[in-house]
Ligand binder design. Structure first.
Ligand code: UD1
Ligand code: CA
Length: 459
């Protein structure tokens, strides 16, 4: 039987105190909505409808092309939100998952288990539930003396007895598709919040003599519904543990996984070493045996094998095998460091390619440059690439030696094997095999220092 999915994402998320719709807050680098969508994809739905409302266009842009959308222009409750999917789904044979967009920790594995349970029990509705130590705020699962689920009661509607119940509604359910939309016609707003509760369909099914059930999650963490920023931080922390455990099981060493922050799409090769206080963001990938020391921050960086990154920042750049970076280097977007490059202390590289085995050890800025192999940058080299309006390229051939404190005023081309004398200001192209000297000649005035106030003879 076909599976369908409805993701509820129309709410504002008042308790977040944010301009951003709640489901767009991120956990480990991607929005909560994307986490939910990825879990939903594991059940291979024939159609997914995301209910949008508050800042609909913004929410929609995150799942554009991956989901159908239905607009809930006024947020009158979760039951009302599901009704918005009626046009897209109502007549279809099959079973429909309904899931809240604010439960980023639910796994595809659990959703598949939910489906199997639902199908094998021949239920009309199955609630995904969990046992909470502190159930406050969640809907409670009310069972009869035989242990059968009879209804869900919201926190605000619960009596003292019901508030004691620790089994909670995770906000995820599986329904017979047709029966879901029929039952929704019978819900009302007769409750403490004056909303159309989706949860009311459970008692409607029961009263019609239909079979409802609950599949209990073993891991309470998965059920976390993020309503405020405290829960958001909890979600982040649980996700971090999961991500780090995944990498450790793949052969990556962490010196302190509690303080290592890795986004969900980051890839790391076996035998890599990731020290404490490292942040790996976005689509970063790290090759085998690469070492990333404490304090390094990488975003959308492709790092090959056997690289050593010491307390440095790398963004949107490609780093090939055997490169060493840092300490305190900054590799900015659009850079390529080819095999065995060394970029050392206080070096900034932006939008530049450094050829194999090229070295820039100290205090250097390389911007908009294309540099060949085996080039040596002396300390304090600056490519002057910007005139306040435009950026200009510097092109350096192979085996070039750039003396310390060089200023290269782009656009400039330096040919193979050339040497720029230390302290030079290079404004013109330098042919291959040439030495370029662009500095004032030194003049020594014999004995003159004796006339100046610093001299011991003057004191
Ligand atoms: C809901 C459940 C509660 C459950 C909890 C789990 C109801 C009535 N209650 O409560 O039993 O324990 O989730 O986290 O369903 N939304 C819309 N349109 C609306 C209202 C909400 O799209 O009109 C969306 C929200 O964006 C959110 C989701 O539905 O993604 C859940 O809404 P929320 O207000 O957080 O429900 P809870 O009060 O947490
Ligand atoms: Ca919620």
């Amino acid at each position: 039987m076909a599976n369908y999915a409805i993701i509820l994402a129309a709410g504002k998320g008042t308790r977040m105190k944010s301009d951003l719709p709640k489901v767009l807050h991120k956990v480990a680098g991607i929005t909560m909505l994307e986490h939910v969508k990825r879990a939903v994809d594991a059940m291979e739905p024939a159609k997914t409808v995301t209910i949008v409302g508050h800042k609909a266009e913004l929410v929609q842009s995150v799942l554009e092309g991956q989901s159908d959308f239905a607009l809930q222009s006024e947020q009158l409750g979760t039951g009302h939100a599901v009704m918005m999917a009626e046009a897209a789904l109502a007549g279809l044979e099959g079973q429909t998952l309904v899931i809240a967009g604010d439960t980023p920790l639910i796994t595809g594995e659990s959703l598949k288990n939910l489906i199997n349970f639902h199908v094998s029990h021949k239920n009309v509705a199955t609630i995904l539930t969990a046992q909470a130590d502190n159930p406050f705020g969640y809907g409670r699962i009310i069972r009869n003396a035989d242990g059968e689920v009879i209804k869900i009661v919201e926190q605000k509607d619960a009596n003292d007895f019901e508030k004691q119940v620790k089994e909670i509604n995770t906000g995820t359910y599986l329904f017979d598709n047709k029966r879901l939309f029929e039952a929704l016609k019978d819900i009302n707003t007769d409750n403490a919040q004056g909303e159309y509760y989706l949860t009311d369909v459970i008692s409607i099914f029961r009263q019609a003599g239909e079979k409802v059930g609950a599949y209990i999650l073993r891991d309470f963490d998965e059920s976390l519904g993020v309503n405020d920023r405290i829960a958001l931080a909890t979600a982040e922390s649980v996700m971090r543990k999961r991500i780090n455990a995944y990498h450790m099981l793949n052969g990556v060493t962490f010196t302190n996984p509690e303080a290592t922050y890795i986004d969900v799409d980051v890839e790391i090769g076996a035998e890599a070493l990731i020290e404490a206080n490292v942040v790996l963001k976005g689509k970063t990938s790290i090759g085998e045996r690469t070492v990333v020391t404490n304090g390094s921050r990488l975003r959308d960086a492709q790092i090959a094998a056997d690289v050593v990154i010491t307390n440095s920042d790398i963004e949107e750049s490609i780093v090939e095998n055997g490169v060493t970076v840092g300490p305190y280097a900054h590799i900015r977007p659009g850079s390529v460091l080819k095999k065995d490059v060394h970029v050392g202390n206080f070096v900034e590289v932006k939008g530049s390619t450094l050829g194999e085995n090229t070295k820039a050890g100290h205090l250097t800025y390389i911007g908009n440059a294309t540099v060949g192999s085996n080039v040596n940058f002396g300390a304090g080299t600056i490519t002057v690439n910007y005139d306040g309006q435009n950026k200009y390229p510097t092109i350096v051939g192979n085996n070039v030696f750039i003396g310390s404190n060089s200023t290269i005023i782009a656009p400039v081309e330096v040919g193979d094997n050339a040497l720029l004398a230390a302290g030079s200001v290079t404004t013109k192209n330098v042919p291959a095999d040439a030495v370029a000297i662009g500095r004032c000649r030194q003049e020594n005035k014999e004995g003159y220092a004796k006339r100046l106030p610093h001299h011991p003879d003057k004191k």
